[in-house]
Design a protein around this ligand. Structure first.
Ligand code: GAP
Length: 438
């Protein structure tokens, strides 16, 4: 964990929020490489949902909504609350399920009796700070989907079954945010809500569990680090009839990375009741009218970001390159899938003190830049530069050497095999596009 956290900071993936002011607990900023990788995760998910399914459409609903929505969804009642205990002496709070004894793990003080603590984050809309102006930052993105069910259905002339996908920020006043970006108070979710006939809900529930598990496997997560955990009745969230988690084997144990839920007609029925709007669906062919059931897939962007990093992280003792072998150092290799890696191509002049080579390398960089996320690097020995790129998962390194000046070709080095091949500069864009699957 510490090695990954250190890599994240050193190489510009993740920084502590408000760091120069001492840090703001449980909030994180994504640096230049982090934001690229995060955008890649979102793009791959979006493509999977929207491009690979003809009956899933997208949505981007507002974070702020009428507070009535959160009453109808059950989030303002005990349903969306954690049970906490507080130390009577140092006032530190813990989730009741995380402390074994009746005393504070920090100072040994006596703990209060467990009580419910709602996770919704309050805010005020408008110039006056009064109850009438109170609303909440959304705690899950899917409520924006439910209240737009009719708009999307009618405007897109959809027929059941169909899905609505959305990516966006959610907020929860977690009692014990912890484990780096695993549990934070501000995070991003990728959620897809599948509207179907109640009789088909069980079939689609199983279908989406398999689909979502395969998504992680196809992006290179090791099979042995993933498992499915079915929820027992008493573990289900307040809205669900059935629920299954996809879990990952983190350095701190098996934990949820995505939830697949059969939400039944909970959401549409409650919104219909509270808004007064009929949210049932009418099937023209069978003349049947019913409230659709919802199967949801709910994953965290930040949490899968963390998983992809942990799973890709490798340390090679003695190193793979001449420099490290000689120095008996440890080389870090981040074996991210090429779709997720923040930098696709590094452009490296073999040496820095030959103006012709540097000039040519800059020309190649300018040529590639509009097509791929590229990085130009001329500092240090070529071996060190390969290592720096391996550490941030750059998939190809293009090196400009003495031969380039005579033959107009360069070498492409593959991150994983370290094999090098010579390619003509005029063919470079198309060769790289083919390799990267663009
Ligand atoms: N709409 C259903 C829902 O929100 P959830 O199991 O509470 O279900 C779904 O959350 C996913 O959102 C989790 O599997 C996780 O990836 C992410 N998530 C939830 N709370 C989080 C937090 N505090 N920090 C980071 N990610 C979180």
């Amino acid at each position: 964990m510490n090695k990954i956290i250190s890599l994240c900071k050193r190489r510009g993936f993740v920084f502590q929020s408000s760091e120069i002011y001492g840090g703001f607990s449980s909030c994180y900023d994504f640096g230049p490489l982090g934001v690229e990788m995060k955008n890649n995760i979102k793009r791959v998910w979006w493509d999977e949902m929207i491009k690979n399914h003809e009956n899933i459409v997208g949505l981007d609903a507002a974070i702020l909504m009428k507070p009535e929505i959160w009453k109808a969804s059950g989030h303002l009642t005990a349903g969306f609350a954690d049970t906490l205990v507080e130390c009577k002496s140092c006032h530190k709070r813990y989730r009741a399920d995380e402390v074994d004894s009746k005393v504070c793990p920090e100072c040994g003080g006596e703990l209060t009796k467990p009580r419910k603590f709602n996770l919704m984050m309050k805010t005020f809309v408008g110039p006056v700070e009064e109850d009438a102006a109170t609303t909440y930052l959304r705690a899950e993105t899917c409520q924006g989907i439910y209240v737009n069910f009719e708009n999307v259905l009618n405007s897109m002339r959809l027929k059941i079954p169909f899905g609505i996908a959305q990516i966006g920020k959610s907020f929860r006043n977690e009692i014990t945010p912890k484990d780096f970006i695993f549990r934070t108070r501000e995070f991003e979710q990728m959620e897809m809500q599948w509207f179907c006939h109640p009789k088909t809900a069980a079939k689609y529930f199983n279908y989406w569990i398999k689909e979502r598990l395969n998504w992680y496997l196809n992006l290179g997560i090791k099979k042995e680090n993933l498992r499915i955990k079915e929820h027992k009745k008493e573990e289900l969230p307040h809205y669900a009839k059935a629920g299954t988690d996809i879990e990952y084997h983190f350095p701190f144990g098996w934990r949820e990375i995505e939830g697949i839920h059969n939400r039944g007609d909970w959401d549409l029925s409650n919104h219909a009741k509270n808004s007064g709007k009929d949210l049932s669906y009418y099937n023209e062919e069978t003349k049947e009218k019913y409230i659709p059931y919802i199967i949801e897939t709910s994953g965290g962007v930040d949490r899968s970001f963390f998983v992809f990093l942990i799973d890709a992280y490798q340390e090679i003792k003695g190193g793979r390159t001449e420099t490290t072998k000689a120095a008996k150092e440890i080389e870090i290799l981040l074996k991210l899938d090429k779709k997720l890696t923040p930098i696709k191509v590094a452009v490296l002049p073999l040496v820095r003190n030959k103006p012709n080579i540097v000039k040519k390398a800059k020309e190649v960089y300018e040529m590639l830049k509009p097509h791929f996320m590229c990085q130009y690097d001329e500092l240090g020995s070529i071996g060190r530069r390969y290592r720096r790129q391996d550490e941030i998962a750059t998939i190809y390194a293009v090196t400009i050497d003495f031969e380039t000046l005579e033959k107009e070709d360069v070498t492409i080095r593959d991150r994983d095999t370290m094999k090098q091949e010579r390619v003509k500069i005029k063919d470079l864009i198309s060769v790289l596009k083919e390799k990267l699957g663009f």
